[in-house]
Design a binder for this molecule. Structure first.
Ligand SMILES: *Cc1c(COP(=O)(O)O)cnc(C)c1O
Length: 374
């Protein structure tokens, strides 16, 4: 038998979470964000479950091509726009919508338009405003000029106003985390025609009724992680885990008080303990910095990891789980085969990170399986 670690992708949970996004934003178009290979799940593995999305959003043309190869004929949005001028050819061929966030991209469109004056090529462009996050986009002072310039380019068929929130998951300087950007965004686009795209998962869940966003861009919530954990858990938002990292107990050690476990003797027992060794380490994507005490499920029962995570193994406390044996199921995050849930957010907190990073970080040596029905 091969090494027992597996990442299970729960198709039903993916489509269920998409329906949560849809219910939170009725009458809006819900784009499923599938960048970073669908947050580590695999574009091909989530595609069926996201069939009812109004569009997909991602970063590069290679990923967009994979969606077209799967037969997707609907909308695809490139969230960072073009990196080079010649990508416009592929955008035209694959019918991709894209963000425009700098002057060079406008130049490229203008030149393309003049070269292809006879062609009826047309693009749906998402013009990105830097409303305060200071990553991508035109500053408010430059935004309207960019919009006017784009609207004179003949291959541009429509322009959607777009911005991205820095703090939709919490407060900012004592205010709601979105207010400062919404004010800037709304006042900057006042009087301009065009649809809008502003909300990410946190905004969809927390500000659903207040925001005016024709196209919402739901990412992390679709993958069963709460965008504003620990303020809200996935149970609070009614989301289900979509990826379960599962392995097995491959050894058991009985240790005495004062004995230590693992590299650096980072855990020292206070009393006799039973320790389980799990076939999962940082080379599988379980973070090395995860602290003793971080939850784990063994045979669907909650216990904790102990000591330092090594490359291929980690250790767990089995002292109160006498029935656990070699071959017992271990869930690092997600859900057990009995349906017990360990949210990825709780595990991420144990290494000071977020569910996004854990799910994106499962490594190539982990086998993936799709579970169709629960
Ligand atoms: C990643 C991304 C999203 C999705 O964010 P989540 O927090 O995962 O919902 C939305 N918009 C843009 C521009 C992004 O880059």
């Amino acid at each position: 038998m091969s090494r027992p670690i597996t990442a299970i992708i729960h198709s039903n949970a993916l489509s269920y979470n998409l329906s949560v996004a849809r219910q939170a934003t009725p009458d809006r178009e819900v784009f499923a964000v599938v960048k970073a290979n669908a947050y580590g799940h695999g574009i091909e593995r989530v595609f069926e479950a996201f069939q009812s999305a109004d569009g997909f959003a991602l970063l590069d043309i290679a990923e967009a091509r994979r969606l077209r190869d799967l037969g997707w004929t609907g909308k695809i949005l490139l969230l960072e726009g073009l990196f080079q001028a010649d990508e416009l050819e592929a955008c035209s061929e694959l019918q991709l919508d894209f963000t425009v966030h700098n002057d060079a991209q406008i130049e490229w469109l203008d030149a393309f338009s003049q070269r292809n004056a006879s062609m009826s090529s047309s693009f749906h462009v998402f013009l990105k405003m830097n409303s305060g996050m200071n990553r991508l986009g035109f500053r408010p002072e430059a935004y309207r000029a960019a919009w006017h310039r784009l609207s004179t380019i003949s291959c541009v068929e429509s322009i959607t106003h777009m911005t991205h929130f820095s703090d939709a998951d919490g407060e900012r300087l004592g205010e709601s985390g979105v207010d400062y950007q919404v004010k800037t965004f709304e006042s900057t686009i006042a009087g301009l025609t065009g649809t809008r795209s502003i909300s990410n998962s946190a905004a969809i869940l927390r500000y659903q009724t207040q925001l005016n966003s024709d196209y919402v861009r739901s990412g992390i919530m679709l993958y069963g992680s709460s965008p504003d954990y620990p303020a809200h858990t996935i149970q609070d938002w009614g989301l289900q885990p979509t990826m379960s990292l599962r392995s097995e107990i491959i050894a058991i050690q009985q240790i005495e008080a004062e004995q230590s476990v693992g590299y650096g003797s980072r855990f020292v027992a206070q009393h006799p303990m039973r320790i389980g060794v799990v076939a999962c380490g940082y080379a599988d994507g379980y973070q090395r910095t995860t602290q003793t005490g971080t939850p784990v499920l063994v045979d669907s029962q909650k216990t904790q990891i102990l000591g330092r995570v090594s490359m291929d193994m980690l250790t767990v406390d089995l002292t109160h789980l006498p029935d656990v044996h070699i071959g017992s199921e271990v869930v690092l995050w997600g859900q057990s085969s009995q349906g017990v849930v360990l949210p990825v957010d709780e595990v991420a907190a144990g290494s000071g990170t977020v569910g996004y990073e854990l799910m994106c970080g499962v490594t190539a040596r982990v086998a993936f399986q799709i579970e169709q029905s629960t």
